[in-house]
Design a binder for this molecule. Structure first.
Ligand SMILES: [Fe+2]
Length: 335
């Protein structure tokens, strides 16, 4: 759903916010056009409005140092993070910053070569939910604002997973047995999940990682507090519609807790099972690829959809985005 002419700098009255809250929960994606002006404070306050008891950014900076290679907090409003690509001389109190857009060649086994047309083809980087998945609860919403985007180029996203699909541009697609499985099962995430999974190579669709024993052993991770390990429902209930979404972050999941009390803890089995359950949702007809314009402020329902970075940028492209999400004050509600 798209809104024009909304003054995000001045906090809206409760009735206005209720419309946005409703739109997000029904449509999962809300777009405000021409939002060059809102301050980082206004972006933070809009994000916080969805969960007034939340306060801190959705990732722990020390535990998730891999994630923070791509983000930088704005000095006066550290919950609003800068991400993008290229060298920026000065931006909102940050000087001489070098931003890095992830490139598929860094993390994939199946690299698209320059001969194939590295600029014409690309991959989904990594399907994800914005969530620390260790100690911190998954944020309810992410706000993402395009400050500067490179000039528009079209790239084709290759799947290369044998399903024969590519993209130039819900749960009821699963069998009743699979629906029952994810309704009643829970996902356990690795401690320090992003550090743990970082060495693993991505599957070409960005929806999984290869199981080759590359994950970091616990001895190489920061100290682990077992009480911070997250075991979350696979199905998260929408607070407005009551509908369930299959919300599993496929890269850092380590185990599946089944309804009968058994635990699937063989990593390849966990990943193969999740791939089969989640793959239908990334078929081209279910993927929305947003054509970013400067001034777009996007809100996505972090408890209802997955998302991914996409596209390959050239070394001299400049891209600047402001992103904010806040660790939720409570875990997601299951069925
Ligand atoms: Fe994300």
């Amino acid at each position: 759903m798209s809104f024009d002419l909304v003054d995000l700098e001045n906090l809206m009255v409760d009735d206005d916010f209720a419309i946005i809250h409703d739109a997000l929960n029904h449509h999962h994606f809300v777009l405000f056009k021409k939002q060059q002006d809102p301050s980082p404070r206004a972006q933070y306050e809009l994000t916080e409005r969805f969960d007034p008891a939340s306060e801190e950014y959705g990732h722990d900076k020390t535990a998730d140092n891999y994630i923070h290679g791509y983000f930088m907090g704005i000095p006066n409003q550290p919950q609003v993070q800068i991400k993008g690509h290229g060298f920026i001389k000065s931006f909102m109190g940050l000087q001489d910053i070098k931003l890095r857009h992830p490139h598929h060649s860094r993390t994939y086994s199946e690299v698209i070569s320059e001969d194939q047309g590295d600029d014409a083809y690309t991959r989904f980087n990594r399907w994800n939910i914005d969530a620390g998945l260790y100690d911190l609860n998954p944020p309810k919403v992410t706000t993402l604002m395009a400050v500067q985007v490179p000039k528009c180029r079209r790239q084709t996203i290759l799947y290369d997973d044998g399903y024969g699909e590519k993209l130039t541009a819900p749960l009821n697609m699963l069998s009743p047995e699979d629906q029952e499985f994810f309704r009643t099962s829970k996902a356990e995430y690795a401690p320090h999940p992003y550090n743990w999974v970082k060495p693993a190579k991505m599957h070409p669709t960005g929806l999984s990682v290869y199981t080759e024993g590359r994950e970091k052993p616990e001895s190489k991770l920061p100290p682990i507090d077992p009480s911070k390990i997250q075991i979350l429902p696979m199905a998260w209930k929408n607070p407005v519609t009551g509908k369930l979404s299959l919300q599993v972050h496929p890269a850092p999941i380590r185990k599946i807790h089944c309804a009968d009390g058994s635990i699937i803890d063989i990593l390849k089995e966990v990943r193969d099972l999740m791939y089969r359950l989640q793959r239908p949702a990334i078929s081209p007809q279910y993927v929305y690829a947003h054509d970013w314009e400067e001034g777009d402020m996007v809100l996505f329902n972090n408890h209802g959809v997955s998302h991914t970075v996409v596209g390959s940028l050239k070394p001299d492209d400049i891209r600047v985005f402001r992103q904010c999400n806040l660790a939720a004050s409570e875990p997601p509600e299951g069925p």
